[in-house]
Write a protein that binds this ligand. Sequence first.
Ligand code: EPS
Length: 424
Amino acid sequence: MRLHFRTAGESHGKALVALVEGIPAGLAIDAAAVDQDLGRRMQGYGRGARMKIEQDRIEWLSGVRAGETIGSPIAMLIHNRDWANWEEVMSAEGTPGELRRRRVTRPRPGHADLVGVLKYDRVDARDILERASARETTARVACGAVARKLLAEFGIDVGSHLVSLGGIRATAPSPLPTPLNAASDASPVRTLDATAEAEMITRIDTAKKAGDTLGGEMEVVVHGLPVGLGSHVAWDRKLDGRLAGMLMSIPAVKGVEIGMGFEAARRPGSEVHDPIVGATHASHLHTDPVDATHALHPHADARGGFRRLGNNAGGLEGGMTTGEPLVVRVAMKPISTLMSPLKTVNLATGTEANAVSERSDVTAVPAMGVIAEAMVALVLADAMLEKFGGDSVAEMRRNFEGYLASTGARWAEIRDTPAPEEEA
Ligand code: EPS
C-alpha cells in the first residue's frame, strides 16, 4: 500500500482526527474541498437530531502549506460540537463513580455493544459504542476527500446514488447523469428516481413512527479510470478484493457487489461477459471524459484503444480496471439502535431487558454512499500511486501520460499492421 489512512476519536469525544499518508507533493487543496464532502455526509432524509448539532469542518494540522500538499502526512482535526453536552461523561479526567452510575448495560442486538464489552473486558458499553459509532466515518470522509482531489487531477470522478431503501427499489436512468453527484445530491435520499423517492420518504416516516430503522443499497460509479489499475498477479493486489474489503469495513455494511454482481452467478457466460471491440469500431459508444482530457499524445487513450459492448464486469477484469466505469453496489443493514427496542440482557443484573435506545437515525443509507465514495477514492488513489508513483503530482502525471500513450499506441499498431497470417 502506498496510501495509508487512520482515524481517531469517539462519537461524543472532543474531536475526530484524520490522518492520510502517501499523498504526493504539489496537490492543490483547500479546506472547502474536504468540508464539501463532510457536508454531503451529514445530509439525507431520516437522519436524527445529532446532525442538527454538528457542523463538520476540518482544521489542517499538517501536510498542507499555502494551499498545496508538501508530501508529508496530512492530519486534519474535526471538532465534535456535541462534546459540550458530553464533557462530563466523556472526559479523560472523569470520576469513575459518576461514570459507573451512568453506564450503558443493555447491549443492542446488531451493535458492537455486547461483543465489545466481553472482548475488551469493560463494564460500560459506552466504552465500545462511542468508537463503534458511525460518527467515525466523518474522519474517513475527510481522508477520502483528499484522495478524491488527487484522482480529479487525472480526470477521475467518483459519485454515488441510492438504488434501494427500506425494500423500495429505484430505477436509475441510463446512461447515468454526469457528474453523478450533482444529480444525486439534489435528492433528499440521493436517488435518481423521483417516484421511488416519494415512496421512500413515506417509508422512512412510517418507520420513524414505529420506532424502527431501515437499510438499503448505494451504487458507487467511477468514470475516467485508466486500464490496468490493480493486478492479477497476487491476491492482495487484486482491486476487487481491495475495494470489497474497504467497503465492508463501513459500519453496518453487509454486502458488496461488483458490476452485475450476484446476478452473474445465475446467468450463462454468454449473457455475462462484455464483448471487446477496437475503439475505431465503437464510435457510437459513449466515451469517458478522460480520453479527451489526456489526449496530449496522438495515441493517448485511457482504455488502451479498446472498448466493451457492455459493462457487466463493472469495470474490473482479473482484479484490474478495464477503463470502463467502475460500478460497485454496497448493502447496509438497518441501524441497530431502535426506538422500539429489541430484547436483550441487562449486564448489571442478568435480567431480561429492553435494549438501550439512544437518540439515533432512522436510516443513514444516503450518507453511507458518501462514505463508500471515500473508501473507493482511497483504494483507487492507492492503486494510482502504485502504478504511477511519484513524489510529486507532476512526476505522477508524466508517468500517467507516458502509460496512456503507450497503451493507446498498442491498439494503433494492431489496427494498422495486421500480422501476415491474418491478412490472408
Ligand atoms: C450513531 C448514533 C447517532 C448518529 C451517529 C451514529 O449519534 P448520536 O448517538 O450522537 O445521536 O447521529 O452518527 C453521527 C454522529 C454522524 O456524524 O454520522 C451510532 O450509534 O452509530
